[in-house]
Write a protein that binds this ligand. Structure first.
Ligand code: PMP
Length: 407
């Protein structure tokens, strides 16, 4: 599929915003959805809306097949061994909280260490702060290099025999840095710690193979990879998940319920209490089909090429600071500030040009502190973005500079 074929699948892109053709550069926050995903949700509700796992009627069977079929697609998509290792959650945030509450609170005690990095999203900071607070463990940060990358020497120094959990993002939602997860996992395992990966910004943009990474847990959200909101995935190695207690209890997750004691279903259902996110899972399955039709390799090379192009074009704009590493170490986005202009003003002027970018702390306040800024602007790219759109961004930024130099 070439880029204009790809864009045909995203009806939302074909519109004007503030009188200008929409340039959507905020896929890091949430991606747009192809027609196939929108249609799959609508077909489910129009034709076979039903609860799963219980009814023997035809619609219930069709809904169950759709829901469980999506689980198999996710398993294949990330290279997991078994569908028992694929838990549907409300999103990456919920997935990371399950690991923190279920694995963290049981396996971490006073004097132990939990290791994260300065670039983590709040979803991969606060759950660990809570575990540290409750257990008396210490939360440690792997420092960053000046260019916003991680040096393995620092990984070796930060992780110790007292470390029980290491949790690191695969790709930064602010710096775009692609982190050496496989190598960090090796260090974590050498010390007997489990490795948790926040894959929110990698799963949409590159082929992920959890068995190759050898991580113990991997979390991501469907809405950043062409799927619907409200659904995400927690992958966990079966041996670990089997020993973990659910964090939510109720219908769907039980095997037998007595007056004072109950038993749980087998994996993965013991972690999915209540009526599950049926339409969401079906939509995620359709999104995976779509991404695989385009080809993850093609998406990865497109996104990296476009990021490099944006980085190079933006580097030539005077008074603009780009955060994070050189293009070959990053994917998906460019984060920047224009001298003497607040990023919210940047985003507002760009919006008037029909260009959607994100401005703020990007749910990464520890990283903002490290960068010594309170906020930045971020342009993030996906399979439907073009070089012409990057050119419009650059023109919009030049206009912003001009506008603010006259006020
Ligand atoms: N981690 C990263 C790196 C993210 O970019 C995001 C979403 N901005 C999250 C975690 C949280 O994802 P969600 O809000 O979908 O749970």
């Amino acid at each position: 599929m070439n880029i204009s074929d790809i864009r045909q699948h995203f009806p939302i892109l074909d519109q004007q915003v503030n009188g200008k053709d929409l340039v959507y550069l905020d896929s890091g926050a949430t991606s747009q959805k192809p027609l196939a995903v929108i249609d799959a949700l609508s077909t489910y509700y129009k034709e076979y809306n039903s609860n799963v796992h219980r009814g023997v009627h035809t619609l219930g069977t069709r809904a169950t097949d759709g829901y469980e079929g999506a689980r198999e697609k996710v398993r294949r998509f990330i290279g997991a061994k078994s569908i028992q290792e694929i838990i549907f959650t409300r999103g990456a945030t919920t997935a990371l909280n399950i690991v923190a509450q279920s694995y963290g609170l049981t396996n971490v005690k006073e004097g132990d260490e939990i290791v994260i990095t300065y670039m983590e999203h709040h979803a991969n900071v606060i759950p660990w702060q809570q575990v540290a607070k409750i257990t008396g463990a210490t939360l440690k940060y792997i420092p960053l290099q000046e260019d916003g990358t991680i040096d393995l020497k620092d990984v070796e120094e930060t992780i110790t025999p007292n470390t029980k959990i290491v949790s690191v993002m695969h790709v930064s939602n602010v710096l775009g840095t692609i982190n050496p997860i496989k190598e960090i996992t090796e260090v974590a395992h050498k010390h007997g710690a489990v490795m948790v990966v926040d894959g929110c910004q990698s799963a949409p943009h590159m082929k992920v193979d959890v068995r190759d990474l050898d991580c113990d847990f991997f979390a991501f959200s469907a809405h950043k990879m062409c799927g619907p909101t409200g659904i995400g995935v927690l992958y966990g190695k079966k041996a670990l998940l089997e020993k973990m207690e659910p964090v939510e209890f109720g219908g769907e997750m039980i095997d037998f319920v007595g007056l004072h004691e109950s038993t749980w279903k087998e994996l993965p259902w013991k972690f999915e209490a209540g009526t599950p996110i049926i339409a969401g899972a079906i939509g995620l399955g359709e999104a995976i089909d779509f991404l695989e039709k385009v080809g993850l390799d093609n998406i990865e090379s497109h996104d990296r090429k476009l990021t490099k192009y944006a980085y190079e074009q933006l580097s030539q704009v005077d008074g603009l600071t780009i955060y994070g590493p050189s293009p070959e170490k990053r994917t998906g986005l460019v984060t920047f500030n224009i001298e003497d202009v607040h990023p919210h003003d940047v985003a507002t002027v760009l919006d008037a040009e029909g260009i959607a970018v994100r401005a703020g702390h990007h749910c990464a306040q520890p990283l903002m502190k490290w960068l010594k800024v309170s906020a930045t602007a971020r342009a993030s790219f996906y399979l439907y973005n073009t070089e012409q759109e990057v050119d419009k961004l650059v023109a919009g930024i030049k206009k912003t500079k001009e506008y603010f130099s006259n006020v």
